[in-house]
Design a protein around this ligand. Structure first.
Ligand code: ADP
Ligand code: MG
Length: 765
């Protein structure tokens, strides 16, 4: 079994959602502004993983989140303007970040630290690192870059020189700098177009006041999501707030937990975060105790939230289906093939859940092609036999239709009615489907987002199945679940998730794993081709096409620019048509209408096309057994897990199959990363590698995970803390399921402050 299997099996029963009813009943937590409850993706806590210095100079205001705690009462709810006068830049910073209370500043932790204990000579600055230095202004320039003017202030200390550079500036900034003046400056050093520069640095005049403001002689915190120019003001505010309020922090975590985990009290950890000592400069892999304490809290409250949800759903009255071994045996008759051992095991777990009166909340993980649809079908059959309806939600129309094709074949043979509901179903058919659904005539509804709409009502919804669940937000899942009365929920994913992350993301779910491919499948042979050997890859494609086989060619999706994707895929298709005149080449991209996509997909499936060029919009799960080879262009731009999913699209026919990764490889790291794909077909190994190399972003589905953002903790580095946090949370909820004990009042308040409405939202189960 994959590593995540253990996580699930040892876990108690769980649920889609919902804190303990007791918590849910409590005074409704103050709603946070929507901007606060978004993803964590915008708060890069680890400079190591940041792509370019650019991200520091130009933080993306849109993406900024507020990973902090918002106290509702007590001293920490004191308004910030009572602490010090908030003017100018600082005031706009706070407004933009939605911060108005003392506690919000206390719990907004630095992303990193800078050693400003001494000035570094300009000649000793190093590109890619942060520097703190001083120099005399020698030149002021305003060169044009593209359409815009930029400001360059060249500073020299006699031995070396470097340019402070602004891509955005006000005329008044130019006037601040005069040749001959000495300035202190700090920021990330880079070499750009042959120039040494610091983009958008923090600048202070080199006088006594400036030295103090810059933090000369100190170790200085750098806060996430704030521009360089905003750091100083925020730093001073944080210092004032800590001085006055750190001692007011109540530690919500029971002392015996801290003793067991060897962690310092919260007030001390918060103080150390904002007023750091040299210990914070230790290797990032070995955080100081104070940092570990803060990381622990982040993880602990996630785990506690999960444990409460799980407990809460357990207490809900669900449906106890008749799903004993005999019934399961009958339901298995649905399938035209014998289930694999893994499918049998997963179905055993699912049937056991369905048989219990509390709602099932299970995650089914399995590589593409491992047979999740078959498992879903049998689960649906169990529900239908019990007199209920089942719903299968898919992320795209292509996938919904594919599911429909498979499932209606199986179900209609048994006289069950299966219906499709997507945006492109004609209005009249849609209306008929809704009517039939509401009066219970439809047994299984397969569809996309369209089925989440308010006017879609089920007569008796008993089982909700969500395919590729990471593509849906918590709210979307909840919308479907709410259409029944505590139905059972099965979510499926083809993205193997590293064990540590699975715990954090799905700690409230039970997990089943399909770790075996159906018989006759051979693993896809994967090879990496540097760009200059691209022709070799296509030679292999040509061989396959000549034998009557079909091929996929996949181009990456460039998030920022749909146009670019389209261009690269379109060009790719044109190039292949020109080079291989006998090939019938089709093109599929995200901008096509649903019926156009369908037409192309159907043509490919019917072998009217030899090669299908697509952007990644086509995604996982598409089933064309005759396709034996896939070329991935610009493979270096994909995450490993994504590549792993993509290659699952070939090799569905039983013969040999190839995945050819054409990549512009720069450096050993990139080469080594893709080589992992050649070495293994184990999705979990690949997932772990992805986590190690690219951080958790790949798996989090960012906005969709519904978890509070993390500032200090790191899922990979702090795996041990996560484990401890999880154990403590489970033990606690076991003892005090609704956190009613007086000694847990602080914990209860803390979790409400952190999870806010997300806890409430999860009540629906
Ligand atoms: P997934 O959804 O996990 O990617 P599917 O459910 O689409 O996988 O299954 C992939 C293919 O394997 C389908 O064509 C399916 O009919 C077939 N299949 C699934 N389970 C078995 C089995 N036990 N024996 C033979 N074929 C199977
Ligand atoms: Mg599938």
């Amino acid at each position: 079994a994959g590593p995540a299997a253990g996580a699930g099996k040892s876990a108690p029963r769980s649920a889609e959602a919902g804190p303990g009813p007791a918590l849910a009943k409590s005074a409704s937590p103050a709603r946070r502004p929507a901007a606060k409850a978004t993803s964590r993706s915008a708060a890069p806590k680890s400079p190591r993983r940041k792509a370019a210095p650019k991200s520091e100079a130009e933080p993306d205001a849109e993406a900024i989140v507020l990973p902090t705690v918002s106290p509702r009462s007590g001293p920490l709810a004191t308004a910030l303007n009572g602490v010090m006068p908030l003017r100018g830049r600082l005031s706009s910073t706070l407004k933009r970040r939605g911060m108005s209370k003392v506690g919000e500043v206390l719990f907004f932790f630095p992303r990193s630290y800078e050693d400003r204990r001494r000035l570094v000579p300009i000649g000793q600055l190093r590109p890619g690192e942060r520097g703190f230095s001083a120099g005399k202004v020698t030149r002021i320039q305003e060169p044009f870059t593209g359409r815009r003017r930029m400001l360059r202030v060249v500073l020299s200390d006699g031995k070396g020189s470097i340019a402070a550079t602004w891509y955005k500036f006000w005329p008044s900034m130019r006037d601040r700098y005069q040749p001959g003046q000495r300035w202190l400056f700090a920021g990330e050093v880079r070499v750009f177009g042959g120039h040494w520069e610091i983009v958008h640095p923090e600048m202070e005049p080199d006088d006594e006041q400036g030295r103090r403001a810059a933090g000369l002689g100190e170790i200085v915190p750098v806060y996430p999501g704030l521009e360089r120019g905003e750091q100083r003001g925020f730093r001073l505010l944080a210092r004032a707030v800590v001085d006055r309020f750190a001692d007011e922090i109540e530690d919500p975590v029971p002392p015996e937990f801290l003793r067991r985990a060897g962690l310092p009290p919260l007030a001390r950890a918060v103080r150390a975060a904002h007023l750091p000592g040299p210990e914070v400069l230790a290797a990032e892999s070995a955080p100081a105790p104070a940092q570990r304490r803060l990381a622990f809290d982040e993880l602990f409250f996630i785990e506690l939230g999960m444990a409460l949800r799980r407990r809460g759903v357990d207490e809900l009255p669900g449906i106890g289906f008749d799903a004993g071994p005999e019934r399961l045996g009958e339901a298995l008759g649905l399938l035209p093939f014998a289930p694999t051992a893994a499918q049998r095991r997963a179905l055993g777990e699912i049937a056991a859940d369905m048989g219990r009166p509390s709602p099932m909340n299970r995650l089914l993980q399995g590589d593409v092609g491992s047979g999740k649809t078959a498992v879903a079908g049998v689960a649906a059959e169990l529900a239908i036999r019990g007199g209920y309806q089942a719903a299968l939600l898919a992320p795209t129309e292509v996938l919904a239709e594919q599911h429909l094709r498979t499932l209606s074949g199986w179900f209609e043979a048994r006289g069950r009615s299966v219906t499709l509901l997507t945006a492109s179903v004609p209005t009249r058919a849609k209306r008929a489907a809704k009517a039939a659904l509401a009066c219970g005539e439809i047994d299984l509804l397969v569809g996309t987002h369209a089925m989440l709409q308010e006017d879609v009502a089920f007569g008796r919804l008993g089982l909700v199945i969500v395919d590729e669940q990471h593509r849906f937000g918590v709210l979307q899942r909840a919308a479907l679940v709410q259409k029944g009365v505590h139905p059972d929920v099965l979510v499926m994913t083809a993205t193997p998730i590293p064990r540590t992350l699975a715990m954090a993301l799905y700690g409230d779910l039970d997990v089943s794993v399909l770790d075996e491919l159906p018989p006759g499948r051979t693993p896809v042979e994967t090879r990496v081709f540097p760009r200059r050997q691209r022709d070799e890859a296509y030679r292999l494609v040509a061989e396959q096409v000549a034998q009557g086989r079909q091929a996929f060619v996949v181009y990456p999706l460039v998030e920022e620019s749909e146009k670019l994707d389209l261009a690269s895929a379109t060009e790719g298709a044109a190039e292949l048509t020109a080079r291989f005149s006998s090939w019938r080449v089709g093109l599929l991209h995200g901008r096509m209408k649903a019926d156009e996509k369908d037409a192309v997909m159907s043509a490919f499936r019917a072998r009217e096309l030899d090669v299908l060029v697509s952007t990644t919009v086509i995604e996982v799960g598409v089933d064309v057994p005759n396709a034996t080879v896939m070329v991935v262009e610009s493979a270096e731009r994909f995450g490993l897990s994504q590549l792993h999913q993509l290659r699952g699209r070939v090799g569905r026919g039983g013969g040999r199959a190839w995945c050819l990764l054409v990549a512009a490889l720069q450096g050993e790291a990139a080469t080594a990363r893709l080589a992992v794909m050649e070495r293994t077909t184990d999705g979990f190994v690949i997932a772990d590698e992805d986590l190690r190399l690219r951080g958790p972003g790949e798996f989090l589905g960012t906005r969709q995970s519904g978890l509070p953002p993390l500032l200090v903790a790191d899922f990979a580095r702090d795996a041990d803390l996560l484990e401890i946090a999880r154990e403590e949370a489970l033990r606690l909820v076991e003892k005090d399921p609704h956190l009613e004990a007086p000694e847990h009042a602080g914990l209860r308040r803390a979790i409400e402050e952190r999870w806010g409405e997300r806890l409430e939202l999860t009540r629906i189960g």
